[in-house]
Design a binder for this molecule. Structure first.
Ligand SMILES: CC1=C(/C=C/C(C)=C/C=C/C(C)=C/C=C/C=C(C)/C=C/C=O)C(C)(C)CCC1
Ligand SMILES: [Fe+2]
Length: 552
């Protein structure tokens, strides 16, 4: 169903995260059964012309059923959320999730999950006595989104969508300029949301122009993040590695196949080059959505799913949208020293297909190596086609999710030409499906034990469990609810914790019957401890972040 978009003219007057706790009406006491006492404070609920108004109760929000792959129906919402269960007393802060929540604009319906215009979802928690939660969602106002709303159709190139070529010769010349300069590419930042070390919060996807800053309280789009260097580059990793002090990312070089490894200090907008890695296969770099780091090294993957220069230059879709599958080009892993910018290892590895890297660490001793873990799809790009919206909507309950495993690379640092790839644990532990991973960020680049991911309870056409993977015991624990689609499990450590899994895991769940809620699991036991319900269903989303509350 096509959704007409209405920009909300009235500013949202609902209380906002930190101050909202002071202003919001009190929610039911902690640990209450909130179904009985559900109270909603809904503001800014402009409904679409094709929407049903609230069916019941006091919410004022739409009750139209939404599920994981249904477009969100209004541009923004903000209000208090009832809590079921017990929030830990220490859980004070804001969880924000980014993702492609709007796949319909005017008469145009997007084809692929990755195309959707970015929708942010926020849940602010205050645990302890008088526990409270507020929630919100809001569209990111990228140029791509605003132009699409204004014209009633997408104007820029999205993941699986190339706008039709212009009719007049003059406009065709304009198209060409757009292709060469990258101006024709999307800036729809629907992948990651990252608190930078200096307090700014960035959202982004794989085009360099997609980096934007958002206000974590209001979810308002503050504006484009302008890199002040002259590195240019059309594409970037959607997953920079961000710490309190720096932002590390890779810029694929599509002309001379390789990647620039760059660093930006917290507080700065200037990326500086650490070094360059040359790709070994051809004709262009392997698709690079994410990468991994250890304490000393940056690990640059090169897989046979490669950027398609022809697609980028002609604005026509390649077999895998912007990518070609070139198995004969080989698979490689490159390791660059962060402090010298020198490539210390470049090895050929068995064929792989990985979109998300989990973590990496160094192994010392006689057989010094870098160990790198990823969500590996058995060297098969079929997962991309699995995520076509019509398949997600029509094949529910069919067992068509391709198998995936925790792929563990061992990259020797002694100059050997080959690296190994093995399966870290029996994939049956996580239902032979796994992606959308997180770890305890304190273990970034270090030896670690636990990974959290979405797994599979078969039959399914999409990951439908949350799973905690113990890489030492080689076991997994899972959370599953029939008909529900959870997004990336995001680990939040208990302040002062020393055990790797001392904390909670937060995920946002979209259920088939139109429910949407934030789920809080005890990360140690992987049992549910609380859920915080939205008064409407939520579309699927990709990645989240945690912003601890500042002391009041
Ligand atoms: C890189 C180029 C482009 C843009 C590419 C984009 C927008 C890529 C986005 C990738 C995403 C959102 C990946 C998400 C992965 C999620 C997974 C694996 C979920 C699994 C669930 O289990 C173009 C603009 C297309 C053209 C230039 C090149
Ligand atoms: Fe991602």
């Amino acid at each position: 169903m096509a959704t007409s978009l209405t920009l909300i003219a009235t500013p949202c007057t609902a209380p906002r995260s930190s101050s909202s706790f002071a202003l919001a009406p009190r929610l039911p006491p902690r640990c209450s059964n909130a179904t009985a006492a559900r109270r909603r404070a809904v503001r800014a609920t402009t409904l679409q012309s094709d929407q049903e108004p609230a069916g019941s109760g006091d919410s004022g929000a739409t009750t139209t059923k939404l599920s994981a792959s249904t477009s969100v129906r209004q541009e923004r919402w903000e209000g208090d959320l009832p809590i079921e269960g017990c929030l830990p007393p220490w859980l004070n802060g804001t969880y924000i999730r980014n993702g492609p929540g709007m796949w319909d604009v005017g008469e145009h319906a997007f084809h692929h999950l990755f195309d959707g215009y970015a929708t942010l979802v926020r849940v602010s928690f205050r645990g302890g006595g008088g526990a409270r939660a507020t929630g919100a969602h809001r569209q990111i106002e990228s140029e791509a989104y605003r132009a699409a709303v204004a014209r009633g159709r997408p104007v820029l190139r999205e993941f699986s969508h190339c706008p039709a070529p212009a009719k007049s010769l003059l406009h065709r010349f304009g198209d060409l300029v757009g292709l060469v300069t990258g101006a024709a590419l999307t800036d729809n930042p629907n992948s990651a949301v990252l608190p930078l070390g200096d307090g700014r919060v960035m959202c982004l996807t794989e085009t360099t122009k997609s980096s934007v800053l958002i206000d974590p309280d209001t979810l308002e789009t503050v504006g484009r993040f302008r890199y002040t260097d002259r590195l240019g580059g059309m594409v970037q990793s959607a997953h920079p590695i961000v710490t309190d002090t720096e932002f590390l990312t890779l810029l694929p070089d599509l002309v001379r196949p390789g990647h620039l490894v760059v660093r930006m200090e917290a507080g700065s907008n200037e990326r500086k080059v650490i070094g360059r890695v040359d790709c070994r296969g051809g004709p262009s770099p392997g698709w690079l959505h994410s990468f991994a780091v250890t304490e000393k090294y940056v690990v640059v993957p090169e897989m046979p799913l490669r950027y398609s220069s022809a697609s980028l230059l002609t604005s026509e879709l390649a077999p895998f949208y912007a990518f070609d599958w070139v198995p004969a080009s080989g698979s490689y892993m490159h390791v660059m020293c962060k402090s010298t910018g020198k490539t210390v290892a470049s090895v050929e590895v068995p064929p792989f297909m990985a979109i998300h890297f989990i973590n990496a660490y160094e192994e010392e001793g006689d057989e010094a190596a870098v160990v790198v873990d990823c969500c590996e799809h058995y060297g098969d790009p079929a997962i991309i086609e699995t995520l076509v919206l019509s398949r997600l909507r029509s094949l529910r309950g069919k067992d068509v999710l391709p198998n995936a495993r925790v792929g563990r690379f061992r990259i020797p640092l002694d100059g050997s030409p080959f690296g190994e790839l093995e399966t870290a644990l029996d994939p049956e532990e996580h239902g032979r499906g796994m992606d959308m991973c997180s770890i305890n960020p304190a273990r970034l680049g270090r030896k670690y034990r636990y990974a959290y991911a979405c797994g599979a309870r078969r039959p399914c056409n999409f990951p439908n469990t949350l799973t905690k993977i113990d890489l030492v015991e080689k076991k997994a624990k899972s959370w599953h609810e029939e008909g529900s689609v959870p997004s990336e499990p995001f680990f939040v450590a208990r302040p002062g914790a020393t055990d790797e899994d001392d904390g909670v895991v937060i995920s946002i769940v979209s259920s088939d019957d139109g429910e949407g809620y934030a789920l809080v699991l005890d990360a140690t036991t992987f049992e549910e401890i609380a859920r915080v319900r939205f008064p409407y269903g939520l579309p699927y989303g990709f990645h989240g972040c945690w912003i601890p509350a500042t002391e009041e």
